[in-house]
Write a protein that binds this ligand. Sequence first.
Ligand SMILES: CC(C)(COP(=O)(O)OP(=O)(O)OC[C@H]1O[C@@H](n2cnc3c(N)ncnc32)[C@H](O)[C@@H]1OP(=O)(O)O)[C@@H](O)C(=O)NCCC(=O)NCCS
Length: 165
Amino acid sequence: MVSDAIDFHTPKELTRTRMMTDMKNIEYRIIDTVDGIDFEEVAEILSFYGLSNLDAKTQKTVFENSYVTIFVKADEKVIGVGRAISDGITHASIFNIAVRDEYRGHGIGKVIVDEILKRVEGCNVTLYTHPKHIGLYEHWGFKRLKTAYVIFHDESHYKEAGFID
Ligand SMILES: CC(C)(COP(=O)(O)OP(=O)(O)OC[C@H]1O[C@@H](n2cnc3c(N)ncnc32)[C@H](O)[C@@H]1OP(=O)(O)O)[C@@H](O)C(=O)NCCC(=O)NCCS
């Protein structure tokens, strides 16, 4: 039988540098494969913001099982992360967008979302964010979804944080 399956997800490492315009010039790399990523660092960034408290090993599984993974590295450490789950054709959902605190406000978050969106082109893309970051995603043209429903595993946490009534 001849398979006409298309590999929509072709992991490859991209190397980019971008000179920042503030006091320090930051040279960073965008990586879209989990290979060689230190998940202790990923877990640290995500737990710092309370986005996820999973340990490094579990976090690695979470990212390995995602359709798109983006890591930004600078100074030999992970400074930004993001991922999307998707079928590669119709729908994608973005999660875990975070930039290490000392690197925030330099355009890294924008790069991460841009890189994810490129890899799920053609899909309907959904996400939910912390109430304080709602405006952020309007930069990419995200619209508020009037018909969204969710079942949260830890409902009381999300209620307290203002995600649901
Ligand atoms: C949200 C986050 C990823 C943004 O990363 P960043 O590198 O600081 O953002 P950038 O410098 O790329 O900013 C991109 C644009 O978004 C804007 N922006 C950044 N944070 C914003 C926010 N909370 N609300 C609205 N706009 C925001 C910036 O002003 C910038 O706009 P501009 O292009 O018009 O200047 C980062 O602040 C972070 O890690 N926050 C904590 C983790 C978190 O809550 N993540 C969101 C989970 S969904």
